[in-house]
Design a protein around this ligand. Structure first.
Ligand code: EPU
Length: 456
């Protein structure tokens, strides 16, 4: 069976059906122990797959996780005429030679809940002179507008037309290099600029770019394809457009978000988890916070082991762009902080609605107060943003089982950890969302000794 398509069953294609494995019951209160293997990062693999559209020859991407976001991008590439072959070990071969325009309704039908379709714009404009983006999904963690993307594309010479069904873009005269300063170092908008500038005529200068390790890995992919990209330490990236790119052969960077998630699971449940494939360099900020919160870790050649050093301690964290503490890490961390003695504060500065998931944790016995306008804090490192919120977590609070519905990818994972930490039984529905970003999720839960049943 083609493993990289199997998760599409759980992706929720909007047909209203409830995929199998969407509801689980968990009996908590038992430490998670064992080994988890992480593959390539969702947030690189999906972008590198889009980059394959830019090559004249076949691209090979290795360590691709078997998650539904990958399945969505795969089917979007296929409706655009790209041939995709997958091996069971997570190697994808992407052949763009048949690339063609796709009908709007097909794009819409295959886009699922993903936000990735917007990254097809630059490559499709170069290839075909036009692109269409349906209404974008992604996690419900804020407004998540696409204005930076559209403004950047306009700067490259694209014409943007808003239609009731989505957005149509065209570039009748081709795309040219641009001078762009992002209002915020957005990951997606930086990727948009990279994927567009590499084939635009002339040079592009991007200021205030995101510099996450997944972005650096995408730059490495594009360089393998023949792109000329350089960067300065002050978030400035220069791209010299070239006339032709070829396919690449690349192993995706490991999934930092999955590593942080399992590390927090070990912390919350007082377990001991070795995450094979985890690396230290890209996770320095996480590891500092993990240690300050009372975690112990051992960096080995082939991964990192995580457990508690002793009692958990309260911490003050502010989410930020790289090299700061990633927003994707705060949700699982908050679950662990409910077990720390004292008051922790988590300032969410990247998304305006990424603390809503804490309501269900309170329902399970946590004491978390969300300040919708954020909180002043004397020792902040990250400048305050208008949209920010803060969670004040007072612990330790014993958690008890409850019925909860997964709201988004990282929030959903956090509910699972909370249920595993809690005494008694929990029922978690809408679990399919978790498989957007966590490969072989149920197998991994079993591997670390979680006591659960798939009930629906
Ligand atoms: N923003 C705008 N306008 C734009 C684009 C972004 O205002 O045109 C704002 C967003 O609303 C948000 C902030 O900028 O407040 C940051 O958004 P960014 O563009 O950096 O995020 P993204 O590219 O949409 C990616 C990951 C997210 C991750 C963020 C931050 C993917 C597919 N998604 O999102 O991952 O949280 O970067 O690192 O790469 C996840 O994996 O669970 C996830 C949500």
């Amino acid at each position: 069976m083609n493993t990289l398509l199997s998760e599409s069953a759980a992706s929720g294609r909007g047909d209203g059906s409830q995929p199998a494995g969407d509801v689980i019951t968990i009996r908590g209160g038992r430490p998670l122990r064992g080994t988890i293997e992480v593959k390539g990062a969702k947030n690189l693999a999906t972008k590198a797959m889009v980059a394959a559209l830019l090559g004249e020859t076949v691209s090979t991407l290795r360590d691709v996780p078997d998650i539904s976001d990958v399945a969505v991008v795969r089917s979007l590439l296929e409706v655009h005429g790209v041939t995709v072959d997958a091996d069971a070990d997570g190697t994808l071969r992407l052949d763009p030679k048949g690339a063609k325009s796709a009908a709007m309704d097909l794009i819409d039908a295959h886009a699922g809940a993903s936000r990735i379709p917007i990254l097809f714009c630059g490559p499709l404009l170069h290839l075909l002179g036009q692109a269409f983006i349906p209404d974008l999904g992604g996690c419900r963690i804020g407004d998540r507008p696409i204005d930076f993307h559209l403004n950047a594309l306009r700067n490259f010479g694209a014409v943007v037309e808003k239609l009731p069904s989505g957005i149509r873009l065209s570039a009748p005269d081709g795309l040219h290099g641009a001078n762009i300063e992002l209002p915020y170092p957005s990951v997606g908008a930086t990727e948009q600029v990279l994927l567009t500038a590499v084939r635009a005529k002339g040079t592009t200068e991007l200021r205030n770019a995101a510099i996450e390790p997944e972005i650096m890995d995408l730059i490495a992919v594009l360089q393998k394809m023949g792109a000329i990209i350089s960067y300065e330490p002050n978030r400035v990236i220069f791209i010299e457009g070239v006339d032709e790119l070829v396919g690449y052969d690349h192993r995706a960077i490991f999934d930092r978000n999955e590593v942080a998630s399992w590390a927090c699971a070990a912390l919350a449940t007082d377990g001991d988890i070795f995450v094979a494939g985890a690396k230290q360099q890209e996770m320095l900020t996480f590891l500092n916070v993990f240690r300050k919160a009372g975690g112990w870790f051992d960096v080995r050649e082939d991964g990192i082991q995580f457990r508690r050093a002793g009692d958990l301690k309260p911490v003050m964290v502010e989410t930020d762009v790289h090299p700061g503490f990633m927003t994707d890490w705060q949700q699982p961390l908050i679950v662990a902080l409910t077990q720390a003695e004292g008051t922790s504060i988590v300032h969410e500065t990247v998304y305006e609605n990424r603390l809503g998931f804490t309501q269900a944790l309170n329902h399970m016995g946590a004491d978390i107060v969300v300040h919708a306008e954020g909180l002043a804090s004397p020792d902040r490192r990250v400048p305050r943003r208008e949209l920010e919120q803060a969670a004040v977590i007072t612990g330790p609070t014993p958690l008890h089982g409850a019925d909860v519905v997964v709201p988004d990818l990282r929030g959903g994972y956090s509910y699972v950890i909370a249920a595993l930490t809690a005494a008694g039984e929990s029922t978690i529905s809408n679990v399919g969302i978790i498989r957007r970003g966590y490969e072989k999720f149920f197998d991994k839960l079993t591997a670390v000794g979680a006591d659960f049943d798939v009930v629906g």
